[in-house]
Design a binder for this molecule. Structure first.
Ligand code: ADP
Length: 415
């Protein structure tokens, strides 16, 4: 009996290892902004798009780019150059490409993004699978618009508020269809990483603590002391989001920075018991710092050094992605070299269904930065995670206990 009890206590909410699944990659191209339209050649498009997921570089003056599907290039030379398969070629393929021109190819609204990316994240979480959505790209490329958008606008709300809204609707539906059999808890946390320091965006300022990331053998990476607030409805979640976003701006101003230099992670943790089955899953929404190269920001001297240090998490993320996607399989990926990568270890290589939303500008003016985002996104496409169902059927454990008890009673009866 003791053995069975110990087994139950040790049992984490995990039914074993999951199947390897590749990280999904979505490319989102924002509309031209006024700065681009005013720059020389600003309205010149840097890419041609083809539904559902192909992007081809438009030739630049120095000859880069070009359409690998042009009649001049036959199939064998395309294959030889590895077009569409390898980083460094002029055509890139993703799970989806979403653009903002209603008359052009691949047009997508915030709602389209939610249907393709958000709905599966929510459904997976309700089925006890962890999820993570990363938003990557240079400053101004559309990361915050895609992640948060304007939560107060029905049309403009981003992926995060839409997922939260759907989550509470779905939980209510489960409760209505199986009355009395379902109990659930939703907890949220909101974290910022700036210059390798962690801030709790949901803690009162007076309770600011020095937070650290720890690796727990069962829980995986976690942050002891980070606030986890219980949330009962979407409206309450919306208030929390607003409060956290305000704190992010205050924190950035205090540090003489802009929020484009920090990473924000909003996490939703769902714990459910349905007819004796315990399940748990989280969704992380990760709005990363701007990926632009520091040289390009015009910073020099100490400011440049500071910029590089601030972006340590992002450059380590690049190294981790390169190591995980490399076919040569060199040494282990350097997760421990930054807070961000350590915290998101599972999302990048373990128990999570992960999606990358890579955001770019449409303009030739930004083509160089956009290409670096496209290359990052292509490497992510080569990475697999292995999501497992975080679920324990307590009924099985009770049955096992009863069977063991009966066995012991029979044994005792024979003595
Ligand atoms: P980032 O978070 O990457 O720095 P933002 O999300 O703040 O960039 O986007 C910069 C500007 O471009 C914002 O004014 C935003 O509303 C606008 N924008 C970005 N993506 C889109 C889009 N897909 N459709 C319409 N406007 C967009």
């Amino acid at each position: 009996l003791l053995k069975v009890f110990q087994g139950c206590r040790r049992a984490s909410l995990c039914s074993g290892y999951g199947m390897a699944e590749r990280i999904k990659v979505i490319l989102r191209v924002r509309p031209f902004n006024s700065r681009e339209t005013q720059e020389e050649g600003g309205t010149q498009e840097a890419f041609t798009l083809r539904a559902p997921g192909t992007v081809t570089l438009v030739n630049t003056r120095d000859g880069a780019g070009g359409d690998p599907y042009s009649p001049q290039q036959d199939a064998s030379s395309r294959l030889a150059s590895g077009a569409q398969q390898h980083v460094g070629t002029s055509s890139f393929g993703y799970d989806h490409v979403f653009a903002s021109d209603p008359d052009g190819p691949c047009f997508a609204t915030q709602e389209t993004m939610f249907d393709a990316v958000g709905m599966p994240l929510v459904e997976n979480a309700l089925n006890a699978y962890n999820g993570c959505a990363f938003f990557y790209g240079q400053t101004g490329a559309g990361k915050s618009h895609s992640c948060l958008g304007n939560p107060k606008s029905e049309e403009q709300k981003g992926l995060l508020p839409r997922c939260c809204e759907r989550l509470f609707q779905a939980l209510q539906e489960v409760k209505d269809t199986t009355p009395g059999e379902v109990k659930y808890n939703v907890l949220v946390s909101y974290l910022e990483i700036y210059n390798e320091k962690l801030s709790d965006l949901l803690a009162p300022k007076s309770q600011a603590k020095d937070l650290q990331v720890r690796l727990h053998p069962q829980l995986g990476p976690h942050v002891p002391g980070l606030s986890q607030l219980p949330v009962l409805s979407y409206d309450a979640m919306d208030d929390i989001l607003e409060e956290g976003a305000k704190q992010r701006i205050v924190a950035a101003t205090n540090m003489n920075a802009t929020s484009s230099r920090s990473h924000a992670i909003f996490s939703v943790d769902i714990r459910m018991n349905k007819s004796g089955v315990d399940s748990q899953a989280h969704i992380h929404f990760v709005d990363l710092a701007g990926s632009e190269r520091q040289k390009k920001t015009g910073a020099e001297g100490d400011r440049l050094k500071e910029g590089i240090a601030i972006n340590q998490s992002l450059s380590v993320l690049g190294k981790v992605i390169s190591a995980l996607s490399s076919s040569k399989k060199g040494g282990p990926a350097p997760f421990r070299e930054s807070k961000l990568t350590l915290l998101l270890k599972e999302a990048l290589s373990g128990n999570s269904r992960t999606v990358l939303i890579a955001c770019i500008s449409p303009s030739m003016y930004n083509q160089e930065e956009s290409v670096s985002t496209l290359e990052f996104a292509s490497r992510c496409k080569m990475i697999a995670t292995s999501a497992a169902k975080n679920q324990v059927d307590r009924r099985d454990q009770i049955e096992a206990l009863e069977a063991e008890k009966k066995e012991m009673e029979d044994l005792l009866g024979q003595i």
